[in-house]
Design a protein around this ligand. Structure first.
Ligand code: ADP
Ligand code: MG
Length: 331
C-alpha cells in the first residue's frame, strides 16, 4: 500500500535539475512552503484551474492525457497574459493510489512541464473523488502584461491556430455527429492534448505588439465578450474568416452552420484571441512565423458596444451561440 508521502516521493519529486533550467525555485517540494525567486522588475502572473471528473473529463480518461491537459489549461492562462512559466503547484484528490494511473498522469504532466521549463514546486494530496487543481506561476513585466481591459477601437482582432476541432471531437464522443475513426482521433487530439500558445503570448507581450488578449476556453464569442466588456468597447467579427481546424474544415464542407457554430463558440480550443493596432500587422505575422503558430485576422474592435457577427461578404449573421457556462447550461 502506497502512503501519501511515498506517493509524492515516487511520482512527483524529481531529481534536482541543471541550474539553467530552473533558477527560480529556491526551495521545492518537501517543506511547508516552496520558495520561488523572482526576477527584479517582473510581477508574478498567477492562475488556478481545476479539472473535475465528470465535469471537465470523462471517468476513465487516459491519465497521461489528463496530466498534459491539467497543466496545459493553466499554461494557456499564462500565454494569454504574455507571461513566462516559472513553476506550479498541484492539488490532487485521488480515489485510490493506483500506480499505473500515477505513472501515466505524472509522465503526461512532466513532459509538458519540461517543454516549458516549468517546475512542480509543491502541492497537496488527499483521498477523494478525482479532482486535479493546478496553480501556475509565471513572470511578466507589469507594463507588458496582455490584459483583458486593454482593447482599443480600431484594433484588429486576431486568432492563433485553428478553432472548432475540440468541439467537433466532443460532438463525436456524444454522438451528435458521426465521425470516421481517424477523424475522431485527429480532432480528439485537440480536445485531449491542447497546445498552450506560450511562445506567441510572450512575443506579443515582450514586443508590445498586442493590446488585449484572452485564451479561448469557453468558445470565442463568449471569451471575446470578456475583452469587450472589460475594455468598454464592441466588435465586428467575420465568422467566415475564422480559421477552422483541419478536421472540421473537411467534415463541415457544405455545412456552413456547423462550421460557424464550432469555430465561433466551440470551446476547449486554448488558442489566443488578441487585439492589436493595424500598424502591427507585419510584426504580428512575423511573431507567428517565428514561433510556428499561424495567426489570422478575424475582425475589428469598435467604439459601439456589443458583438456584431458577419459572413464573408460583411452581411450580418444571426447565430445562436451558446458558450460554455458551468452554472448556466450551454453546450
Ligand atoms: P503540509 O502538511 O505542510 O500541507 P504535506 O504533508 O501535505 O504538507 O506535503 C508535503 C510536501 O509535499 C509539501 O512540500 C507539499 O508541497 C508537497 N506535496 C504534497 N502533495 C503534492 C503533489 N501532489 N505534488 C507536488 N507536491 C506535493
Ligand atoms: Mg497538506
Amino acid at each position: 500500500m502506497l502512503s501519501e508521502f511515498d506517493l509524492i516521493k515516487q511520482y512527483f519529486v524529481r531529481p534536482a535539475r541543471p541550474a539553467p533550467l530552473s533558477p527560480r525555485a529556491q526551495l521545492g517540494i518537501g517543506d511547508d512552503c516552496a520558495l520561488l525567486g523572482i526576477t527584479p522588475g517582473q510581477s508574478f502572473a498567477i492562475s488556478s484551474d481545476m479539472l473535475v471528473e465528470g465535469r471537465h473529463f470523462f471517468a476513465g480518461e487516459d491519465p497521461r492525457r489528463l496530466g498534459h491537459k491539467s497543466l496545459a489549461v493553466n499554461l494557456s492562462d499564462l500565454a494569454a497574459m504574455g507571461a513566462r512559466p516559472a513553476g506550479f503547484t498541484l492539488a490532487l484528490a485521488l480515489p485510490a493510489a493506483d500506480r499505473d494511473w500515477l505513472a501515466g498522469f505524472s509522465a503526461g504532466l512532466f513532459a509538458l512541464a519540461d517543454e516549458h521549463d516549468c517546475e512542480l514546486i509543491g502541492g497537496d494530496t488527499t483521498r477523494g473523488p478525482l479532482n486535479i487543481c493546478i496553480t501556475v506561476f509565471g513572470e511578466v513585466a507589469p507594463g507588458q502584461a496582455l490584459r483583458r481591459d486593454a482593447a482599443r477601437p480600431g484594433d484588429d482582432i486576431w486568432i492563433s491556430g485553428t478553432l472548432g476541432d475540440a468541439r467537433l471531437a466532443l460532438a463525436g464522443i456524444r454522438g451528435e455527429v458521426a465521425l470516421q475513426e481517424d477523424a475522431q482521433q485527429l480532432a480528439g487530439a485537440r480536445l485531449h492534448l491542447p497546445t498552450p500558445r506560450v511562445a506567441l503570448g510572450r512575443l506579443l507581450a515582450e514586443g508590445a505588439l498586442a493590446h488585449a488578449a484572452i485564451d479561448i476556453s469557453d468558445g470565442l464569442a463568449g471569451d471575446l465578450g470578456h475583452i469587450l466588456e472589460r475594455s468598454g468597447v464592441g466588435a465586428t467579427l467575420d465568422v467566415d474568416a475564422l480559421p477552422a481546424g483541419p478536421v472540421l474544415a473537411t467534415c463541415a464542407s457544405g455545412h456552413a452552420a456547423l462550421r460557424r457554430a464550432y469555430t465561433a463558440a466551440g470551446g476547449d480550443d486554448y488558442e489566443l484571441c488578441f487585439t492589436a493596432a493595424p500598424a502591427r500587422r507585419g510584426a504580428i505575422e512575423a511573431a507567428g512565423a517565428a514561433c510556428g503558430t499561424p495567426v489570422t485576422r478575424v475582425g475589428r474592435i469598435e467604439a459601439a458596444p456589443g458583438l456584431r457577427l458577419t459572413d464573408g461578404q460583411g452581411q450580418p449573421l444571426e447565430l445562436r451561440l451558446a458558450g460554455f457556462d458551468h452554472f448556466g447550461g450551454g453546450q
